[in-house]
Design a protein around this ligand. Structure first.
Ligand SMILES: Nc1ncnc2c1ncn2[C@@H]1O[C@H](COP(=O)(O)OP(=O)(O)OP(=O)(O)O)[C@@H](O)[C@H]1O
Length: 278
């Protein structure tokens, strides 16, 4: 198997989603909390791009900025060359929380809802698309069930079906499996990968689990602790669901751990020409 490869930052043509010098801040009263500092990355169509870093490094904030929910204090994020300024149906997010599904709607109604609300299609097509995606995530027998009757994993499958039915340019996932037990989490990683293999979509996935990043991602952006800066970027397409016990997988996981926690951010600045070789 090929070793992990270094990826140099650049602004290549053809990038679907590009972040350049993105600094994110939260202001309240006279105070500002800086969540990220000068982050850049490029996501290409069909990438499973993972933002990985310790708690508080600004992963969720970056996802919110890509979603158009917060505006960068500096830098830009573009989708298909257009600056992102607000939320849109081309970016749909799946969250960690199980309560992201309105409890008064059935599974079918939940999956149809964004299609109808965004006027992406009429009722008949929304129903057809929803049923297709509900079947793809293996819940065809539960179309008429209400969320409170489903397990955590099933609720996340509904959320994934709901998001993919919208055919977003980028599917955003914020620690979607973190609240699940270990076995279900593993199954969900497997199912997500399988869905992607059957018909590839572009994924921007946030996690603080190194193993999950290696299994789910084909490219990983490592962020330093608060405020998040790019510490390294690597290709991980050689790893998959069955790599977990392998020596190369374990070495990669250890190396990432060192990069994330081994040196202080002050000792390891992440300017473009100083990115870390893996
Ligand atoms: N609404 C907010 N108001 C003020 N500060 C915030 C807000 N949301 C996040 N922050 C701060 O921004 C920083 C980055 O938070 P963020 O949630 O993006 O990190 P994260 O890497 O996703 O963390 P975790 O893995 O714990 O979810 C943290 O210091 C956090 O306290």
């Amino acid at each position: 198997m090929a070793p992990l490869q270094v990826v140099r930052p650049s602004s290549p043509p053809g990038a679907l989603l590009s972040a350049r010098g993105v600094t994110l801040e939260y202001r309240s009263g006279g105070n500002a909390v800086r969540a990220t500092q000068g982050v850049d990355f490029d996501v290409f169509a069909g990438d499973r791009f993972v933002l990985l870093g310790p708690s508080g490094c600004g992963k969720s904030s970056l996802l919110k900025a890509v979603g158009g929910f917060i505006e960068p204090a500096a830098g830009t994020i573009t989708l298909n060359g257009q600056a992102i300024t607000k939320p849109g149906p081309d970016r749909i997010c799946v969250f960690q929380e199980f309560d992201q599904l309105p409890p008064w709607k059935t599974v079918l109604e939940n999956v149809m809802f964004p299609l109808l609300a965004s006027k992406s299609c009429g009722r008949a097509e929304a129903r057809e698309r929803a049923r297709h995606w509900i079947a793809r995530v293996g819940l065809d027998r539960f179309e008429n069930a209400y969320p409170h009757t489903l397990s955590g994993g099933m609720k996340q499958r509904v959320a994934i079906a709901r998001a993919l039915a919208m055919q977003p340019a980028v599917l955003l996932m914020d620690e979607p499996f973190a609240a699940l037990d270990a076995l279900t989490r593993r199954t969900m990683q497997e199912e997500l990968t399988k869905l992607w293999e059957e018909s590839p979509f572009t994924l921007l996935f946030v996690t603080h689990s190194i193993e999950e990043a290696l299994v789910v991602g084909n490219r990983i952006l490592l962020l330093s602790p608060h405020p998040g800066r790019v510490r390294a970027e690597l290709n991980s397409h050689q790893f998959g669901l069955h790599s977990g016990g392998g020596a190369e997988f374990q070495q990669a996981a250890q190396r990432i751990h060192q990069l994330l926690f081994g040196q202080s951010p002050a000792a390891q600045p992440a300017h473009d020409d100083e990115r870390i070789a893996l």
